[in-house]
Design a protein around this ligand. Sequence first.
Ligand code: P5A
Length: 442
Amino acid sequence: MYLSKLFIPILKETPAEAKIKSHQLMLRAGMIKQSSTGIYSWLPLGFKVMKKIEQIVREEQNKIGAQELLMPTIQSAEIWKESGRYNDYGEEMLRIKDRQGKEMLYGPTNEELITEIFRSNIKSYKSLPQLLYHIQWKFRDELRPRFGVMRCKEFFMKDAYSFDVDDNEAKKSYNKMFFAYLRTFKRLGLTAIPMTADAGPIGGDLSHEFIILAETGESKIYSDKRIFDIDVNKHVDSESSINNLRKQYDKFYAVTDDKFDKKDFEKKVNKENQLVTKGIEVGHIFYFGDKYSKPLKCTVDLQDGKKIYVKMGSYGIGVSRLVAAIIEAKYNNNVMKWPNEVAPFDVAIIPSLQKNDNSNLLKAEKIYNSLIKDKIDVLLDDTDEHLSAKFKKFDLLGIPNQIILGSKSTSDKFEFKEIDGKSDSLSLDQIKNKLLNKKNIN
Ligand code: P5A
């Protein structure tokens, strides 16, 4: 893509309404545009990043055998009345009537709808376990939407649901998902820590929030520092190793505000290991047994003919919130750096363009054509701005690799600058290999 053709409405000034870095940056870099309070349009750059995050989330769900489907955004009120949540959910739920006066709602979550789908199709224990998920827009009429897409009314969520025959099997599904979440966040370049949390309106008595540390986060957390040293990358493939990993996390104190107990914290964690800080909740998982299957009469027949209510859990990742969360985690010294995996472009070519001399532009185009042949996603800055202005713009856009055609480049060696600030003089082939390697890491 040529920068002159890209729809990217960069703002010079930081909009006054944006209080945190990620919100300021997303507006300034033309990633999103507010359409009304707490509701945003995703412009090409922001949409591209979100789609990349979505794809990583999807791949990690598929790896643990979860199956993707797609439920609608609009749901019938009936199933919510059956579960008893129609009244409980309160004003956060956006209620609508169709032209027949039928009560509908814009789904804030899908426990009821997935249970309805399951109960009308699955009758036998032989079909269990099942793990189903979708990635779909949700709507919550938040009292105080703020921080841009971090807490908004309409947001994009991956929500998965597990169905098992008993508590023991259900805990295995929970742990599988626990592990898939650690892997997902790791691939996104984040250290997300599972913290024991309150289950809120979703319900149940087992729940973990996945939190990344950030001063601007809305969740207050209390933990043992050593939980950050657990190596998620250790080879985990069997059921027992997944359970072991879960046990490692359980060893350390890590809770959110509503589960905090001062005495317990001070008893379990030495002073030097105590960490009290703030974080962003990027995922939340729940085990609630038959909370929905019982009122919705979702049963399966066992081998001996007995009927049991299926045991269920639900597992959410805030895909749109993650775009902002990654920015909060990676923004440094006023320079934005996307991790290679989710960057809107793999590399930017930044030529210094002089009036009456198009040699650098021709060079840039040659490099561009060669890289796109290998499916490297390139942004070429073909504007005639001064190099220093271009650098400022790219600090804002955060593309992790840059090929700079200026005083340090020769006819066959180009300045190649990486995410960590490392700069090298490389041939086109060397650059291509580097970029292809980065793409193939996972
Ligand atoms: C789990 C999946 C649920 O809704 N039901 C289905 C369960 N959990 S949750 O914790 O309420 O939400 C899951 C994740 O969605 C993100 N999120 C939001 N993102 C942006 N704006 C919001 N208003 C918002 N509310 C929730 C969070 O990342 C949360 O962990």
